[in-house]
Design a binder for this molecule. Structure first.
Ligand SMILES: Cc1cc2nc3c(=O)[nH]c(=O)nc-3n(C[C@H](O)[C@H](O)[C@H](O)COP(=O)(O)OP(=O)(O)OC[C@H]3O[C@@H](n4cnc5c(N)ncnc54)[C@H](O)[C@@H]3O)c2cc1C
Length: 506
């Protein structure tokens, strides 16, 4: 039953998952005469749109061709973060001696047990995205490929769904890479890597973006010999360079063989081996591995929807074109999530869905450009970021002042043995307005929240300095950054006035 929906292995957990997100015995309902909203795609963007609209009283149809919950639940955030947690548990045991804890020699990762834990937790989270739950919320759930049959009609599994407004929320998939021999040799993507039940002894990860770095580190900690290959001169090329350097150091420490500036010329099969032919600095080499994991970006799911017929403009690289109100070139059709966003995150899909509900159903004027979008790469340490980067500000001609604090100077980080990190905040020069921030820390994603709120709400860095932070926490690094800013307000003139007052009042 589980294999029906392409999820393996077939065990009790995957059966429970599939029973929730693609029930094999699901019978599509009789379509309503007309829907306020027909949503194609039941990943985060589609689910949030459908649930929110139905909750407000709209008649909603939700169409899903594969697994409700989309990438995030099935082959993205949820399974990857379950693996990362297991990898962190291993690292803690590995490093226990440094904390005075003796661990008997021979601690090792039981990979099948790690994967089973992930499948169990994923199945446990799946009822919230299930077809039955959405039916109970009043949404008509249709399983099948959705496509536009007319200007006001979506077709799915032989049924025609007439709509007042429609939403394209079909997400993205792993982008392919045209390396000769790669496809015939076979490779893993996020759609298949979470089905592994045996640890590959040697793994090549192509692409040192967030997905590549997270999984390279996890598999190295599980005991695989991991080589991470990146064409750019740096890992996590979009991130702050200092931040990427910290993660690079951590990856190397975990045993990841990192090759940047690398061209993969060809892949060939030699017996059971997959051999990657590489070129680095003009030198050629061959890398035999057992598995290859491809993580070089995402390609939008625009195919097979008959978008041309309904006047929805799209690009096969960037996805469906939308305006700031998330309306496509057909004003009755909106889009949300990975299909139309450069920010391919679950929280962004969620935020865009909320905009679509307001704009499509209630003449709302909400704009995507008004969103403050944080993100985090969940390596150990994590890199979390919000707002502008320093180079970006320079490109835009915005003068910034940067304040940074090392975790090595923060008591709690020292006590935790987690000093590989920092907090960096950029403010508009001449004010305390926060324009951007990067945090590198074991729990950087959590630490970024207050800076995101400050940025979104226009709370200045000075105010953060005036806010008590519990001692000892790693978040005190944020307070220290703010204190550093506040000290700059003590100009020589103000200081001399203070000195005069204090000597007079002695
Ligand atoms: C390995 C990995 C780890 C990730 N980790 C994180 C993370 O930690 N944090 C984070 O914020 N983001 C993470 N992401 C990104 C996150 O998963 C996506 O941004 C999010 O899932 C996007 O949601 P969506 O609804 O736009 O698209 P999707 O989740 O892709 O959902 C789209 C749905 O539409 C369906 N569909 C497509 N075409 C049709 C059609 N014609 N008819 C019917 N149905 C159709 C698909 O089957 C799919 O279910 C990760 C992604 C990956 C791959």
């Amino acid at each position: 039953m589980a294999q029906l929906a392409g999820i393996s292995p077939e065990d009790e957990h995957n059966r429970a998952l599939v029973a929730n997100v693609h029930p094999p015995d699901w019978v599509n309902p009789e379509p309503a005469p007309r829907y306020n909203l027909v949503v194609i795609g039941a990943g985060t963007a589609g689910l949030v749109t459908a649930a929110g609209a139905a909750g407000l009283g709209a008649r909603v149809a939700l169409v899903e061709r594969h697994l409700m919950g989309g990438d995030c639940l099935n082959v993205g955030c949820v399974p990857s973060k379950a693996l990362l947690r297991a990898a962190r548990a291993y690292a803690d045991v590995r490093d226990a001696k440094g904390y005075g804890v003796e661990v008997p020699p021979g601690a090792r990762v039981d990979f099948p047990a790690v994967m089973e834990r992930m499948r169990r937790l994923r199945a446990g989270l799946s009822p919230i995205d299930s077809a039955a739950r959405f039916r109970d919320l009043g949404v008509d759930v249709f399983l099948g490929q959705g496509s536009f049959a007319a200007a006001d009609t979506v077709e799915v599994a032989g049924r025609r769904l007439r709509f007042r407004k429609a939403v394209i929320a079909t997400g993205a998939r792993a982008a392919a890479l045209p390396i000769p021999g790669l496809a015939p040799a076979g490779y893993l993507t996020n759609e298949t890597v979470f089905s592994l039940t045996r640890l590959p002894a040697r793994l090549a990860v192509i692409g040192a973006g967030p997905i590549g770095c997270e999984l390279a580190q996890a598999f190295a900690r599980f005991g695989a010999q991991v080589t991470l290959l990146e064409v750019a001169p740096q890992i996590l090329i979009r991130e702050d360079q200092d931040a990427a350097a910290r993660v690079e150091k951590a990856l190397r420490r975990d045993g990841v063989q990192l090759t940047v500036g690398c061209k993969i010329v060809q892949v060939e099969r030699r017996g059971a081996d997959k051999v990657l032919h590489l070129e680095v600095d003009g030198k050629s080499s061959a890398l035999p591995v057992d598995e290859i994991l491809l993580g070089v970006g995402r390609a939008p799911n625009v195919d097979g929807m008959n978008l041309e017929a309904v006047g929805v403009r799209y690009d096969t690289a960037r996805g469906v074109e939308v305006n700031d109100r998330l309306q496509t070139s057909n004003p009755r059709i909106y889009a949300a999530g990975d299909i139309c966003s450069a920010y391919k995150f679950t929280h962004m899909a969620d935020a865009m869905a909320r905009i679509v509900i307001r704009n499509a159903l209630f003449f709302g004027r909400a704009k995507a450009s008004a969103l403050t979008v944080p993100w985090c790469t969940y390596t150990d340490p994590e890199i979390a970021h919000v707002g502008l980067y320093e180079q970006e500000a320079a490109r835009k001609g915005i003068a910034v002042q940067t304040f940074a604090e090392e975790l090595a100077d923060v008591d709690r980080a020292v006590l935790d043995g987690e000093t590989n990190g920092f907090v960096k905040v950029h403010i508009r020069r001449g004010s305390d307005q926060i324009l951007g921030a990067t945090v590198v820390a074991r729990h950087a994603g959590e630490m970024l929240a207050e800076l995101t709120l400050a940025l979104a709400a226009g709370v200045g860095l000075g105010k953060i300095g005036d806010t008590i932070h519990a001692y000892p926490t790693q978040a005190q690094a944020v307070r220290r950054v703010a204190d550093a800013y506040n000290r700059t307000r003590l100009t020589p003139r103000v200081k001399s006035l203070f000195e005069k007052w204090l000597s007079w009042s002695r």
